[in-house]
Design a protein around this ligand. Structure first.
Ligand SMILES: *Cc1c(COP(=O)(O)O)cnc(C)c1O
Length: 387
């Protein structure tokens, strides 16, 4: 009988630094909950790494997106532009504040939201009336764009930011997958009115769970902290001035996050080596193309993704994934287009013609920082079997 092969997960945490020491400090001192010295230390390590003015730790990236929309002034019945292919969290956050997503298409080479189509939508479908942007078809106010940086690459954030200012929109950058990603030399998440990072288990750096909201505006940073802490105006009298949330980061999570942030450059170097290995190995298959950085983007290679060519598709993709899973290799498809999912199938979308094909042709390969040469070779060999 053959031994079952080692499982190769898609993207798992790599804990090799001060995690034990810092968590032990929390346990020894009793500071395990939502106050403690690791929280500001973690926030500061992230803030200085990305070069933002303010960084507020929260319980998750999703919580951060919710609060970012709230403090950006997105209100019930407003519209928010979002890419249809992304992890679903930013879209759900739009609904948490009672607003509606308007789904946008992706660029077929970079797999990022197509900024040219955002421009077209605003120009053709919207008008500024009394200083606010109105969607002429729905008569609703378009209030914000969530610019998602997908897969460890960057969307065209400066173009999007310029459009947003022209049309009086707020920009929230979802940089959950983009720690270590730079666009024109500046870190993703620091262009918009607010940016959100995630420290979930599958991200480049994990805190177990956690998020950080970035902004250059002190007022917005204070508002995020306020709403994350039950909108508590006075802790002695339990005076709450608004409906808040319990979205705080704990000291335990911050302790892990800080230990991981100390290693971020090592992790980026490791991701780069993984991407280089896959690039070389995949160059033997002319029917595959790697999802590529735009010219202004310096990516983190967070999740290595390739596309099958246009005359292949779902069948080939599923055959590859099936073989991978049989051999305990956790490759996976690109995110499902969200405008086709049950909770969102009645929402608006604009000029989407690339996203469904990208979904049928995209495959993400295992990209954990801890992968070794043998794991990478096994993954490529399995791919080779099907192709
Ligand atoms: C992971 C992720 C999130 C959500 O972050 P959590 O910390 O898991 O809540 C949001 N957006 C994108 C694009 C993500 O990949």
């Amino acid at each position: 009988m053959t031994m079952p092969q080692k499982l190769i997960p898609l993207c798992e945490p790599y804990l090799s630094g001060n995690e034990w020491n810092y968590v032990k400090e929390c346990l020894d001192s009793g500071w395990v909950a939502t106050a403690g010295a690791f929280i500001p230390r973690f926030e500061e390590s992230v803030r200085s790494y990305v070069g933002a003015t303010h960084a507020v730790g929260v319980a998750s990236g999703t919580a951060g997106l919710h609060l970012a929309l709230l403090v950006a002034g997105v209100e019930p019945k407003d519209e928010v532009l979002v890419p249809t292919i992304t992890f679903i969290a930013p879209v759900n956050a739009v609904r948490y504040v009672g607003a509606h997503p308007v789904f946008m298409d992706l660029d077929p080479v970079t797999c990022q939201v197509d900024a040219k189509k955002i421009a077209q939508f605003l120009e053709k479908e919207c008008r500024i009336e009394n200083g606010v942007c109105i969607n002429q078809k729905t008569k609703r106010r378009v209030k914000a764009i969530i610019a998602v940086h997908l897969l460890g690459l960057a969307c065209e954030i400066d173009h999007i930011f310029t459009l947003a200012k022209e049309y009086k929109l707020k920009v929230i950058e979802d940089a959950a997958e983009a720690l270590g990603v730079r666009y024109k030399g500046r870190h993703a998440g620091t262009f918009g009115d607010l940016g959100v990072l995630s420290f979930n288990g599958n991200k480049l750096v994990t805190a177990g769970s956690g998020g950080v909201v970035l902004t250059d505006d002190k007022l917005l940073a204070d508002r995020v902290r306020y709403f994350a802490t039950q909108a508590k105006d006075n802790p002695d009298t339990f005076y709450h001035g608004a409906v808040g949330f319990n979205y705080r980061l704990t000291n335990l999570h911050a302790a892990i996050g800080l230990a991981q942030m100390e290693k971020v450059d090592d992790y980026l170097a490791k991701k780069k080596r993984i991407a280089t290995f896959y690039d070389e190995a995949l160059s033997q298959f002319p029917e595959l193309s790697r999802v590529l950085n735009g010219p202004d983007c310096n990516g983190s290679h967070w999740l290595y993704t390739f596309l099958l060519d246009r005359n292949q598709g779902l069948k080939k993709r599923d055959a590859i994934l099936k073989q991978m899973h049989q051999e305990r290799i956790m490759a996976r498809p690109l995110f499902h287009p969200i405008h086709l999912l049950p909770p969102y199938k009645n929402e608006e979308f604009y000029a989407i013609n690339e996203a469904p094909s990208l979904f049928e042709r995209g495959i993400c390969l295992p990209s954990s920082v801890g992968l070794n040469e043998a794991d990478l070779q096994r993954t490529v060999a399995t791919l080779q079997k099907v192709l």
